[in-house]
Design a binder for this molecule. Structure first.
Ligand code: SF4
Length: 207
């Protein structure tokens, strides 16, 4: 590799762009489905004292969605993609959701993964897609995982009321925690990649 001492001209711009992009404005009485389907304490920190979170996974995730959205438009498929919905259940807060794809009988969510093969879908993705499908009155939800090698693993399920209620319950928990400034309980299964580990456990990550 050839290196020289001349400084990058574009890196500071890129850093600034990514910082701006990662800064989100949250509305107090609007809970996002993606906030309720990961560790609630992590979502709490994300709102109360966020750290800039732009990494390879975030960029990959956003890029793939924009790419497919563009391809759907380019080839003129009449499929709804990336529409935002604000849902009012008559609770003190509303819920925001943005399913990837909505079809006549199902909602489809596309995920990228570093795994070579996906034998099982992730529960947080199941909860998300099921919630979207339930609200939009679709019979099925479909999860498509695109692996590192470019293969696709697909999981199709029927909509499930219990899973819908679970997300709603978690949304309420998060809303109340935020309102009362009380950290939600830890959910250690999400800790491995959590950027708030030090804040949460008051110690260095040993994983
Ligand atoms: S370290 Fe674990 S428990 Fe704490 S916020 Fe992150 S994911 Fe949740």
């Amino acid at each position: 590799m050839i290196t020289c001492s001349i400084e990058s001209k574009f890196k500071p711009i890129l850093e600034e762009i990514l910082k701006k992009e990662s800064e989100r404005e949250y509305v107090e009485n609007l809970i996002e489905v993606t906030e309720c389907t990961t560790c609630l304490r992590r979502s709490y920190y994300n709102r109360k004292s966020p750290v800039t979170r732009v990494n390879k996974h975030v960029i990959e995730g956003k890029a793939i969605h924009m790419y497919f959205e563009q391809l759907i438009k380019k080839y003129e498929y009449n499929i709804e993609s990336e529409e935002e919905y604000i849902v009012d259940f008559g609770l003190p807060f509303k819920i925001k959701m943005r399913p990837d794809i909505v079809m006549d009988d199902r909602v489809v969510d596309i995920k990228t993964t570093d795994r070579e093969t996906v034998f099982m879908s992730d529960i947080e993705h199941e909860l998300q897609a099921n919630f979207y499908a339930f609200v939009l009155d679709k019979r099925y939800y479909e999860l498509i995982y695109i692996t590192r090698g470019g293969n696709m693993s697909v999981f199709v399920s029927e909509v499930n009321l219990d899973m819908f209620e679970e997300v709603l319950k978690r949304a309420e928990l998060l809303y109340n925690s935020l309102k009362n400034n009380v950290e939600p309980s830890r959910e250690p299964k999400y800790c491995k990649y959590c950027e708030y580990f030090h804040r949460c456990y008051k110690q260095k990550k040993l994983l």
